[in-house]
Write a protein that binds this ligand. Structure first.
Ligand code: PAF
Length: 285
């Protein structure tokens, strides 16, 4: 247990026992998977979960398999006691915080890969990332067996990977996407914003500003190729770099759109480094 009043379980059997008891009482269960170091964005997922189910479970697991060896798994910010307090205040009923050994016991040998939507953008920049995400999300859904699971649209490509996974594996869970929560200056909330220095924090909203400018230009009939070039230029000039991508893609399957004016519902995606942080964001056109 943590210092907060939020009940916490660390094993699959304890999680299942509680979920079964709620089910027997006729209650629906929502799951909000997280990697902790929570912010208002995560809490909005919990609140949305409460509107969809009588009970909300939050998982907290910094999943090693979705980090490449060169990435920030060790440095990833962690504060379980604070997270538990925040979750309790948002109306969460149960924290599931398994150990790495509980999630990946000796002999664990399965990887879930989702072709297609995993391939572009973060699939290029972080080639092993989505297999790690898909595997742990498949496990979390199997462990908790929620009626509904909530994921943020800030990681829009991840949300599409999870929707594909659930459809392809016939998992009996409804996947709900939640709108990105932002600072007043437009910066998308992210646990990794804690890596930003004061100077970088002042620069960071330029990513969302460039995406909004690009969306406006596309709505006005500008060509995709021009808008992508201008967006890259804007964030580079603001101080971002290296830039992984600034791309316009189809909102339904992430396919590349032609270089001219958009002719299908689209979304613009960007990922770029700012100091030690890698920031990602996306907006609808
Ligand atoms: O979005 C995240 O925080 C993680 O990728 C998730 C979905 C909890 C899986 O580890």
């Amino acid at each position: 247990m943590t210092g907060s009043s939020l009940p916490t379980v660390r094993t699959v059997s304890a999680l299942r026992g509680q979920v079964r008891a709620w089910r027997r009482a006729g209650e629906r269960v929502a799951l909000t998977p997280t990697m902790g170091f929570l912010h208002e964005g995560h809490l909005s997922l919990v609140r949305l979960g409460r509107t969809r189910a009588e009970r909300v479970v939050a998982s907290l697991f910094v999943n090693p398999t979705q980090f490449a060896p060169s990435e920030d798994f060790e440095a990833y910010p962690r504060d379980e006691a604070r997270d538990a307090d925040l979750l309790a205040s948002a109306g969460c009923d149960l924290l599931y915080a398994p150990t790495v050994g509980e999630m990946y016991p000796a002999g664990f040998s399965t990887t879930v890969t989702v072709a297609g939507v995993s391939a572009p953008m973060d699939g290029v920049a972080r080639p092993t990332h989505f297999a790690g995400v898909a595997t742990v999300v498949a496990k979390l859904l199997g462990q908790c067996q929620p009626d509904v699971a909530i994921f943020g649209e800030k990681d829009f490509q991840q949300l599409m990977v999870i929707r594909r996974l659930v459809a392809d594996l016939d998992l009996a869970v409804e996947i709900v996407g939640a709108p990105t929560v932002r600072e007043p200056d437009g910066l998308a909330l992210s646990s990794r914003n804690s890596y930003l220095t004061q100077g970088e924090r002042a620069v960071a909203p330029a990513l969302n500003a460039a995406l909004r400018t690009a969306a406006e230009a596309l709505r006005g009939g500008a060509a995709v190729a021009d808008v992508e070039g201008a967006g890259m230029g804007a964030i580079r000039a603001a101080g971002f770099g290296p830039i992984d991508y600034f791309e316009v893609r189809a909102a339904d399957d992430l396919r590349r759109l032609g270089p001219g004016a958009v002719d299908a519902p689209a979304r613009i995606f960007a990922a770029a480094r700012l100091g030690k942080a890698r920031l990602i964001d996306n907006v609808a056109v």
